[in-house]
Design a protein around this ligand. Structure first.
Ligand code: SAM
Length: 439
């Protein structure tokens, strides 16, 4: 048996990298306020997060997403599941240091958690696990979602997808096959593999794949622990989003849209000339497949809902109208904006964004209040689109509207993040945090 002190640590657990720790990562798109807000923007009734609710993260790693969520959302009860004891030891120590009574961790694989869990959840979220785990473990995730997500509950799933990730299939295969031939831990193995790929590139092997050459140069700069988790799993497999949507739907859980709000703005994220072709397609699944093609999508952050109920138009308007927004710590000043999207630069005119940013710089405001600005008068669609672009960029965030304070836990979280060199600005009033590296 492997342990921390004696024999070498086990390199893989059920085919997944277990000997090096995943670095701390945070994803605003999986936080409860964000997920509930996006569901409302998409026109369905989200779980009511102004009352007590439950939230589970599958494959929580070091627990950064949950530490932020629990410290800034006092009405949520949070559960993190992971089979890597070293990851959970860090997460549990942090939760203890922060005094978080609303966060617990379960040391289990998805199969055992699915079998043992009795708790129903308003939210189930998983980032960075699905595309790396064995098909049998994926089935347990689906069964857990089917059994434990409450009606109306939201499921967030991040995964690698075609066609953007397709070119990496042979690269990942090579890295995975090479690893056992390299002495040392998974970090050293993946670095040796990337080095080999770069030498193959220099020898002209990828001359007909310029995008792959560019990706390899980027990979050389990346954190080796991240690369080991990303590339050395025995089960890494991108998927077609339509196949995944069908698999999730079998459990009564329907695809709503993306938690990455830019991807819900078809008029911006799909070329204009392709719009009529998209509109003419006979099924939502076909439209989704074409969107993946149009964006050369390589990963997705999908949002699903158990038994969704579409809001009637007046109720949808009322809920979105009541949503309140504030500026993020790195919001740009007044003037035109440039959005660096995955499909290229999109220019945001000053006539639209200056009044919006100026108004929010004075104080948080509701959608209804913002819609009285002359730029948006009689044009709520333009306001919604502009706010979602700013949300996507990290400049604007919906407020957590439960009226609860969490100054102490948020303050302790700020200190802890600083002590550990994790560059996140806590936004307690929004139930989240924001990356503080340059936008
Ligand atoms: C790439 S990390 C993602 C961590 C975190 N969700 C994030 O976004 O930063 C994936 C995590 O899933 C865990 N994991 C992988 N397979 C698992 C399984 N079958 N059961 C439980 N946890 C698993 C790993 O130990 C790891 O901590």
């Amino acid at each position: 048996m492997s342990n921390e002190f004696g024999s070498p640590r086990m390199k893989r657990q059920d085919g997944y990298v277990a000997d090096v720790s995943y670095p701390p990562h945070f994803h605003k798109e999986m936080q409860p306020v964000w997920l509930a807000s996006v569901a409302h923007l998409l026109g369905t009734a989200a779980p009511d997060i102004t009352r007590p609710y439950t939230y589970c993260e599958l494959g929580c790693g070091l627990g950064i997403n949950l530490l932020v969520a629990a410290a800034t959302n006092p009405l949520g009860q949070f559960v993190g599941v992971d089979f890597n004891a070293r990851h959970l030891a860090v997460a549990e120590e942090a939760a203890g240091a922060l005094g978080l009574g609303n966060l617990r961790f379960v040391h289990a694989d998805f199969a055992r958690f699915e079998r043992d869990n009795e708790q129903p959840f308003d939210f189930i979220a998983s980032h960075g696990a699905w595309s790396w785990i064995a098909p049998a473990q994926q089935q347990h995730v689906l069964r857990l979602v089917e059994r434990s997500l409450k009606p109306g509950g939201l499921f967030y799933l991040h995964y690698m997808c075609h066609p953007g990730a397709t070119q990496m299939i042979p690269v990942q295969k090579l890295l995975n096959e090479l690893a056992p031939h390299v002495a040392g831990d998974s970090e050293g193995q993946v670095q040796a593999g990337i080095e080999l790929l770069c030498r193959l590139d220099a020898a002209g092997v990828f001359v007909d794949q310029p995008r792959l050459s560019a990706s390899l140069r980027t990979l050389r700069q990346a954190n080796p622990a991240y690369l080991a988790h990303h590339f050395l799993s025995d089960h890494w497999a991108p998927q077609h989003s339509v196949d995944l949507h069908r698999a999730v739907a079998r459990g009564g859980v329907a695809y709503l849209g993306s938690a990455n709000v830019f991807e819900n703005l078809d008029s911006l994220s799909i070329p204009g000339a392709a719009q009529p072709l998209l509109a003419g397609l006979p099924s939502p699944a076909l439209r989704e497949a074409v969107k993946d093609l149009a964006r050369n999508q390589h990963q997705r952050q999908d949002l699903f809902q158990h038994s969704p109920e579409a809001l009637a138009v007046p109720e949808h308007r009322r809920r979105v109208g009541a949503m309140r927004f504030c500026l993020g710590p790195q919001a740009p000043g007044t003037g035109g904006l440039s959005f660096a999207t995955p499909i290229g630069e999109i220019q945001g005119p000053a006539a639209i964004f200056s009044p919006l940013l100026d108004r929010l710089a004075q104080a948080p405001a509701s959608f209804d209040e913002l819609s009285t600005l002359p730029a948006f008068f009689d044009n709520p669609g333009l306001l919604s689109q502009s706010l979602q672009m700013l949300m996507w960029q990290g400049s604007v965030h919906p407020l957590r509207d439960d009226g609860r304070g969490c100054d102490e836990s948020a303050g302790r979280l700020r200190e802890w993040l600083e002590q550990h060199g994790i560059r996140l600005a806590v936004m307690a009033e929004c139930g989240t945090a924001a990356h503080t590296n340059p936008l």
